[in-house]
Design a protein around this ligand. Structure first.
Ligand SMILES: Nc1ncnc2[nH]cnc12
Ligand SMILES: [Zn+2]
Length: 354
């Protein structure tokens, strides 16, 4: 619990999360639990001392030099996630914590290639994560959607294979499609969005939503590239947008939502402290954004910790929070009925804390 007088208000706000990697919910405790369950030997202390215990692994996560340093740990830890049940467990780890933090709707990323590369079937991954989504709606009332990300450090032909698996498995079909959007993540600099134009245009033709990580470490041309070539409807991170005022105005005019992840930006050294994330600049300029947790098992907190860290750094008013939450509801890929329900919950929260 944070020290802010607005803590209860922040906790009760009906939150939409748009930038959450399900694989980023793999806590050190869950790494050891799944390793034991699946009879997987983790590296010995001689091979890699960080895997000695939950404590040593947690300690390793206390400092990352940059995005790549983090990604190296993140991909390595995934070796323990094998069965459909494991993927469901990982998804459930997210939803139970998100529920505690007041999340009502979540559009969550997953990286099929980080599993298919290890010989896990595409179906095992998606069916496991989807089972967690179905259970979250039934038991916790959280609505959700799955966003399939391409790993940008792998060749586009691998992304094309991943698209094929999703199409042939029927995962894009129907009104209630199991995968509703495409995303692009992993190492940004040097892996330009334009490389994945073909897959995104295919996705658009199939009626999929589109978002992409851009402007986390990469310069603003990664943001414009994602808009122009990938026809992205949202930009994940986008914090370097302030370096190009004309592009910032375009983002405002086109009502593009940025999915900002303050604690992640600090942990990966994109900024020194939360106060350097351009929250106030975006609010004052009319840039729409949501606040999200990215990889909570690695970055010291889930969504409420991110809301509290922003409050500590910026001392926002309830009106400003109301704007942030309204924009995150309107920027969600949901129908008018669900939007109306979430706006109703926001009104209740605002009246209770008036
Ligand atoms: N913050 C991040 N940026 C790029 N790729 C990621 N994959 C998981 N977290 C990521
Ligand atoms: Zn991310």
């Amino acid at each position: 619990m944070c020290q802010s007088p607005l803590h209860d208000f922040l906790a009760e706000l009906p939150k939409c999360e748009h930038h959450l990697h399900l694989e980023g919910c793999l806590s050190p405790a869950l790494v050891f639990k799944l390793a034991a369950k699946n009879n997987i030997s983790l590296p010995t202390p001689e091979e890699n001392p960080i895997y000695e215990s939950v404590e040593t692994l947690s300690k390793r996560y206390e400092h990352f030099d940059n995005l790549q340093d983090f990604l190296d740990c993140y991909y390595r830890a995934l070796d323990v996630v094998i069965t459909q049940e494991d993927f469901e467990m990982l998804g459930w780890e997210y939803f139970t914590t998100a529920h505690r933090d007041g999340v009502k709707h979540a559009e969550v990323f997953f990286d099929p290639q980080s599993h298919t590369e290890r010989g896990i079937a595409f179906k095992t991954v998606v069916d496991g994560f989807n089972a967690a989504c179905v259970r979250a709606e039934k038991e916790l009332g959280i609505t959700s959607q799955l966003i399939m990300c391409f790993l940008r450090h792998l060749p586009a032909k691998d992304a094309a294979e991943t698209m094929k698996s999703a199409v042939s498995g029927g995962y894009f079909e129907g009104e209630q499609r199991i995968i509703s959007g495409l995303g692009l993540d992993s190492s940004e600099v040097g892996f330009r969005p334009e490389l994945f134009t073909e897959q995104y245009l295919q996705g658009e033709k199939l009626g999929l939503h589109r978002t992409a990580h851009a402007g986390e470490e990469g310069d603003t041309t990664y943001i414009s590239g994602a808009l122009d070539s990938l026809r992205a409807e949202r930009i994940d991170h986008g914090i370097r947008l302030t370096e190009d005022p004309a592009l910032m105005q375009r983002i405002v005019n086109e009502k593009i939502l940025l999915t900002v992840c303050p604690l992640s930006n600090v942990c990966l050294q994109a900024v020194k402290e939360v106060s350097q994330v351009p929250i106030k600049t975006f609010l004052d300029a009319g840039v729409k954004f949501s606040i999200n947790s990215d990889d909570p098992a690695y970055f010291g907190g889930y969504i409420l910790n991110n809301y509290c860290a922003v409050q500590k750094a910026f001392d926002l008013s309830k009106e400003e929070w109301s704007t942030i939450v309204k924009n995150s509801i309107h920027g969600s890929w949901i129908g008018e009925k669900r939007k109306g329900e979430l706006l109703g919950l926001l009104e209740e929260c605002l009246s209770k804390h008036a």
